[in-house]
Design a protein around this ligand. Structure first.
Ligand code: PGA
Length: 239
């Protein structure tokens, strides 16, 4: 099933997305869930944490996976994907360290990809992958280009991504990222794609044409047969 739902505003999108996250955990209490970071899922994660706490959902056996990370930027400094997940998911939910699988960010090479993908494989793969779309159409840090690397890899960031809002506090240029590849993303049992925020209009409209192109890595999600996409209507008009 592929399903596109238009939401009247960001709050509604975030509420629906958080409901889906809770449902996945209720259906499978030992689920493995990959999480994107950034402005798009921030409110989803806040609602998710509130609902977990309010309804006392048992998350002791859930494992979360960090989708990507900036390379060469110390892991526990503001602006990293790690800090984002620590602040919005790990700390408020009081997760144990082994409940988060994530990339290191410094002194790493392709072996880091192997380590993380092995950990995911040991968990039986991803049950759900929560994604956002980049202003340039990237997915995780799978950057647009004439060709895409299929598997988990260290990627060279394109200019737009180097100026990502998350990197405002980096204090120096960040040129590379490490990311799950399209192969690992498309192997997830379910995809939840969230589209919201300013500067997404062009990428979203291209995505909605359903034509698959390496210049819009997110378009490969049309190959997934269990993809649910929530779109904040207003982002289609923002430019
Ligand atoms: P955003 O980032 O959620 O902060 O807009 C999404 C992305 O660049 O993939």
């Amino acid at each position: 099933m592929q399903c596109i739902q238009y939401c009247d505003h960001y709050d509604a999108l975030s509420d629906r997305a958080s409901e889906r996250l809770i449902q996945v955990i209720q259906d499978k209490p030992d689920a493995t869930i990959c999480l994107a970071t950034g402005a798009t899922p921030e409110l989803t994660y806040r609602f998710f944490v509130e609902k977990i706490q309010k309804n006392q959902v048992d998350i002791r056996n859930v494992t979360f996976v960090k989708l990507d990370e900036w390379v060469g930027f110390p892991l526990h400094t503001p602006g990293t994907c790690e800090s984002f997940l620590q602040q919005h998911i790990v700390q408020p939910l009081g997760l144990r360290p082994e409940q988060l699988i994530g990339f290191q960010s410094e002194n790493i090479d392709e072996k880091e990809c192997e380590r993380v993908t092995d950990l995911i494989a040991h968990r039986g793969g991803l049950d759900l992958c929560v994604l956002g779309i980049g202003k340039n159409g990237h997915l995780g840090l799978n950057e647009p280009g004439t060709a895409l690397e299929p598997c988990c890899h260290i990627s060279r960031l394109d200019d737009q991504t180097r100026h990502h809002d998350m990197l405002k506090t980096a204090g120096r240029p960040v040129t590379h990222g490490i990311t799950l590849g399209l192969k690992e993303i498309l192997n997830a049992k379910e995809i939840l794609l969230l589209i919201a925020g300013e500067g997404k209009s062009l990428a979203s409209r291209q995505f909605l044409t359903q034509s698959i192109t390496t210049s819009l890595p997110a378009s490969f999600l049309w190959l997934h047969n269990n993809m649910h996409c929530l779109i904040d209507q207003s982002c289609l008009n923002f430019g």
